[in-house]
Design a protein around this ligand. Structure first.
Ligand SMILES: Nc1ncnc2c1ncn2[C@@H]1O[C@H](COP(=O)(O)OP(=O)(O)OP(=O)(O)O)[C@@H](O)[C@H]1O
Ligand SMILES: [Mg+2]
Length: 423
């Protein structure tokens, strides 16, 4: 096929997938572009695309588009047939950049759920698509927004955050759009708004669920028309700003209850990213603790050692404050035990209180159980990977001990560590 030749000539691995690509084919492939054949709705394209995204988050996939126009986020990565050289080249350059992004990611963790978040970020970063990040507080929503910006073509332009919940409703309009001198009592000077400050870059609308209905109308207009007026001015200004919004609230429910405009919700929710609570990704704890400790200590040299038992206590704690709470704990532990190993007795009592704990030790398994996947094999491997990751963390990477924990032969575990790239 002409396309495969062309791609291979460019040193991109091509998996032209009509019929479906098997995951085995992909595994043996370490190229950087994946081309999917044109699959009609109902052919399981979504499932395949999601399998690839889950198992190979570092490989972008490109969909061949032979007739019907692709829609949704995947449209950004579709290649029209017959081929147009310019489009192919553009996609390839983008694929190359995508491949080089892994190291610039700031989200720590290797649980299935966090890998999925990273893959979503990679998939959407390069486009001006609006993104809505949801999830409980402290789960990393702002970090996601910054990462999207950093990985986008707008990275050299400003990233401007604004917390819509923290600014009184009557001041928010002038914060966002700016005002002219004399526009209202107290407006003694001209003021530049955040939209203007973010020109060419990304505007992060944090706590969007707290925006008043009045302001929602005004924001919607800007998103539709890509222009706005300063308060007190009738001069319309064009704007080129990418919007990432975040909230810990359930906007869908707010829409049903008439507290959030449905049209604005759809505008913002073009590409949703949902942050999983820390409780559902307990296997990320050791890595996160390492990362947060490095951040506080400012050096990469020292490390915070946590005993197996203490790690287990942390793994079955509820984490209502998620990663932010973990950060506070790490900061505190680093002060009380700058050297030596953190034991259960070093943990503040609330981490041991029954009412704050998940019963039994179901964390990791329950995460896997909640994955919506239609593929049993994939499901089982992800459970296996999670459990192995947790056993390795709990035994500080001592394979023989981890094998015993898992009731598995050492050689089998070594093999699986290789397979899941956990070594
Ligand atoms: N996966 C992660 N890797 C490293 N650091 C993280 C990760 N997730 C969150 N953090 C850190 O945890 C803290 C809280 O993250 P962030 O402010 O992005 O959360 P949030 O969801 O916006 O919280 P809130 O809803 O309370 O505003 C930050 O210091 C952030 O750097
Ligand atoms: Mg935040």
């Amino acid at each position: 096929m002409e396309l495969c030749n062309r791609l291979e000539y460019l040193e991109y691995a091509a998996v032209a997938s009509n019929p479906n690509p098997t995951l085995e084919t992909l595994k043996s492939d370490n190229g950087i572009a994946v081309v999917l054949g044109d699959l009609k709705p109902g052919d399981g394209f979504r499932t395949i695309a999601e399998q690839i995204r889950d198992q190979h988050p570092d490989i972008p996939f490109i969909r061949l588009n032979t007739g019907s126009t692709a829609t949704g986020p995947d449209a950004n990565w579709s290649l029209d047939v017959p081929l147009r050289r310019s489009q192919l080249d553009r996609l390839m350059r983008r694929a190359e950049r995508y491949h080089g992004t892994e190291r610039r990611h700031r989200l720590t963790g290797s649980s299935a759920s966090i890998r999925r978040v990273r893959a979503s970020i990679d998939q959407v970063a390069d486009f001006d698509t609006n993104v809505l990040v949801t999830g409980p507080s402290g789960t990393g929503k702002e970090l996601v927004a910054r990462t999207i910006h950093d990985l986008s073509e707008r990275a050299d332009q400003p990233f401007v955050p604004i917390n819509c919940g923290a600014i009184p409703a009557e001041l928010l309009e002038s914060e966002l759009f700016g005002h002219e001198k004399g526009a209202f009592t107290g407006a003694v000077n001209d003021r530049t708004g955040r939209f203007e400050l973010a020109e060419g870059g990304t505007l992060f609308l944090d706590e969007i669920g707290d925006m008043s209905l009045d302001m929602q109308v005004k924001l919607l207009r800007v998103l539709q028309e890509r222009s706005f007026e300063k308060v007190g001015s009738n001069k319309t200004q064009r704007c080129n700003v990418r919007i990432v919004a975040a909230t810990h609230r359930d906007l869908r429910k707010m829409v049903e209850e008439g507290e959030f405009r449905e049209d604005l919700f759809y505008r913002l929710n073009v590409y949703p990213i949902e942050m999983p609570p820390l409780l559902k990704r307990a296997s990320d704890l050791p890595q996160l603790i390492g990362e947060l400790f490095t951040r506080y200590s400012g050096t990469g040299e020292a490390e915070l050692r946590v005993s197996q038992e203490a790690m287990q206590v942390l793994a079955s704690y509820q984490w209502p404050g998620n990663v932010r709470e973990l950060g506070n704990l790490v900061e505190r532990l680093a002060i009380i035990k700058p050297e030596g190993t953190i034991e259960v007795s070093d943990l503040p009592p609330k981490y041991l209180a029954d009412e704050n704990r998940v019963s039994g030790q179901p964390n990791v398994v329950s995460e896997a159980m909640q994955l919506t996947c239609d593929n049993l094999k994939e499901h089982l491997s992800s459970v296996e990977r999670e459990l192995i990751g947790q056993a390795m963390a709990a035994t500080n990477g001592v394979v023989a001990k981890a094998a015993r924990l898992l009731s598995m032969r050492r050689t089998t575990l070594v093999e699986k560590l290789g397979k899941y790239q956990l070594n």
